[in-house]
Design a protein around this ligand. Sequence first.
Ligand SMILES: *[C@@H]1O[C@H](CO)[C@@H](O)[C@H](O)[C@H]1NC(C)=O
Ligand SMILES: *[C@@H]1O[C@H](CO)[C@@H](O)[C@H](O)[C@H]1NC(C)=O
Ligand SMILES: *[C@@H]1O[C@H](CO)[C@@H](O)[C@H](O)[C@H]1NC(C)=O
Ligand SMILES: *[C@@H]1O[C@H](CO)[C@@H](O)[C@H](O)[C@H]1NC(C)=O
Length: 766
Amino acid sequence: MLVPSFLGLVALPLPVWAGIRYPDCAGGPLRSNLVCDATAPPDARASAVVAAMNNNEKLANLINNAPGVSRLGLGAYQWWNEALHGVAINRGITWGGQFSAATQFPQAITTGATFNDPLVEQMGTIIGTEARAFANNQRAHLDFWTPNVNPFRDPRWGRGHETPGEDAFRNKKWAEAFIKGMQGPGPNYRVIATCKHYAAYDLENTGSTTRFNFNARVSMQDLVEYYMPPFQQCARDSKVGSMMCAYNAVNGVPACLDPYLMDTILRKHWNWTDANQYIVSDCDAVYYASNVNGGHRYKNMNYNAAIGASIEAGCDNMCWATSGTQPNPSSAFNARTFSQQSLDKALTRQFEGLVRAGYFDSPNSQYRNLGAANVNTQTARDLALKAAEEGIVLLKNDDNFLPLSLNTTGFQVAMIGFWANAADKMLGGYSGTPPFRHDPVTAARTMGITANYVNGPLAQGAGDMNAAVTAAQRSNVVIFFGGIDNTVEKESGDRSGIAWPSGQLSLLQRLAGLGKPIIVVRMGTHVDDTPLLSLPNIKVILWAGYPGQSGGTAVMNHIVGITSPAGRLPATVYPTSYTSQATYTNMALRPSGTYPGRTYKWYPNAVFPFGHGLHYTNFSVGISRSFPRSFLISELIATCQSGSKVRYLDQCPFASVPLTVMNTGQRQSDYVALGFLSGIYGPTPYPIKSLATYKRLGALNPGEIQTAELEWKLESLARVDDRGDTILYPGTYTLVIDTPAPGLANVTFVLEGEQVVLDKWPQPPT
Ligand SMILES: *[C@@H]1O[C@H](CO)[C@@H](O)[C@H](O)[C@H]1NC(C)=O
Ligand SMILES: *[C@@H]1O[C@H](CO)[C@@H](O)[C@H](O)[C@H]1NC(C)=O
Ligand SMILES: *[C@@H]1O[C@H](CO)[C@@H](O)[C@H](O)[C@H]1NC(C)=O
Ligand SMILES: *[C@@H]1O[C@H](CO)[C@@H](O)[C@H](O)[C@H]1NC(C)=O
């Protein structure tokens, strides 16, 4: 369609924008409706818009590609918008014009490794700001399906890199910081964040088991201790605007049809009702819950019955991808599979989310001023670089080989490998278009380094190695860019093993024989570094994960010593044998028989452990003698309850740990103080240790001493029993700073008195 031409100008076709158009509350059909009254309570406003709709209009709007209600001036609304580590390319988002690029931060696995929550919050603020700017300009909508906070249980999982890592407590803190930034301080949501995938989702496909039919059998103890904490944080403590239910079933019930998960736990036990928050289904999850091929065949329900069961269980919006069949809520309603009341409730929850995001407010309301000038700012670019630098982990640095000294005349560097100059690979899954891509080779050349670049294999088959050998022979140092990318670990594509790709290993073996020192920079998540540890001349292994738009610069800044790596591994590096010992579908955390257990809490034979990370300097740490050596449980609880605003006992603060950290080496560096707790208390077997508190200290100069308080809450001291109750037990506790034990400092204290239940877990129906 052409617009009329004025003043002789050539008419341009109207852009086909898919984003939101704010309803016209000043002149549109809703102008005198309560929904447009910004002073009214959000729930009343949401109810008012639902009351103005007829049933056909309501039923049409229960799906992600909601048509809106043109009679009421409500435009179409696409609930499916992605922004895991920056505004992404997906169906709810229209790129172009002034919105042709958005900041692409490192993936969550890399920002997980920063252990810097203020940084994660700043990143969330920028992603939310850019997302809102897209929405304000009709290029996106107001809700985004981020963060992905499922703990990274199994190293084969194709989507582990979307998460902050394997530790439930770390993911919880990451989620807290990210949501705080993304949704903003209120009163309106900057944008609505969506915690996914609720719950126990961490498998794409293994054999005939897929995410569409996997029944995760999870004990109450593992559920509460491991699979739930990030979601508890999202719902109960961070008041996230929405949640996504998962494809898989949990203990026999598909997550999107499960009133126990969505109502008993999420809405009731976690009090996730204060803002009438809504639940969206993962795309086609309701379809695959029904009796279709490849699905759960739950109670042999047909599609309409599954739709009804999902809405009755508390799912408010059904996403449809292209592989399933579009849900037909009208036909399901006519088949009486869900009630009028549940229909109205689902709609009200969705609209309350939009009300709280300012959808029905005036053009001068909060966040409506955000536009193109707020996207790709210098601040955002700087933070994307800083996040990558802080997330890079130094796994090995023999003879203090790094940082490189480049002052020799004629110094040349061979840069070899599949991602040495492949900048798109640094972004990972669910990405958008960055304003630039700073790959390692370009970054090196920008620094004036003579870089001899040769591509390398990603998977099997080393191919012709001559060019790489020639480049290495011509150079003083070899930097090898290896590991895996997100074509190897991907959504719908779990791996069967975690060995280093054989083609890369052959090439590395050849290069290692040349006598040149080799720096390996590994991207992606899990591969077993064992073979590299026994090859000669591999001096260094740096892990970068998916470092985002400035990943190449971040890597080179560390290599030449402009910055110092201080990230810590957010996930255990397992040996290759692990995947044959740990059956993928076994959700248990604790070892038993030949089953080796999962995560650093239970598995002792890591190649590199969770929390590992070296520095270009050394640190000494001291814990102040003022930290008490014994506590009375009854006193801890009483102090917390008297006059405090803490609503849940697990959130009661515990005595913070005063630390003194000194840089005893020669270079400036950050230091992440990781506090791991172990001890003799609660149910057996005892985990090896658990991350209980952490803090990243910035830029300690040689000889500098910084003090810090490690803050923590009773949640970090509690353990979970086999019913799922979270309990503070009497016993002996040891906090060790850093890994491996004995760490750099430790303190042992006792809790005395009677055990106290901090959170009584509602049991599932039998
Ligand atoms: C949570 O909700 C329950 C009702 O489901 C209520 O009894 C309880 O007081 C609420 N807790 C808090 C801390 O708001
Ligand atoms: C290079 O720098 C190092 C330390 O920064 C110094 O010890 C060395 O002498 C320098 N080499 C040359 C060739 O300048
Ligand atoms: C740290 O201290 C150890 C032991 O004194 C020493 O061998 C090592 O070289 C130091 N590392 C750095 C980076 O200074
Ligand atoms: C605590 O520190 C002391 C002194 O360094 C050490 O001997 C001990 O093994 C440490 N304890 C633990 C549990 O790491």
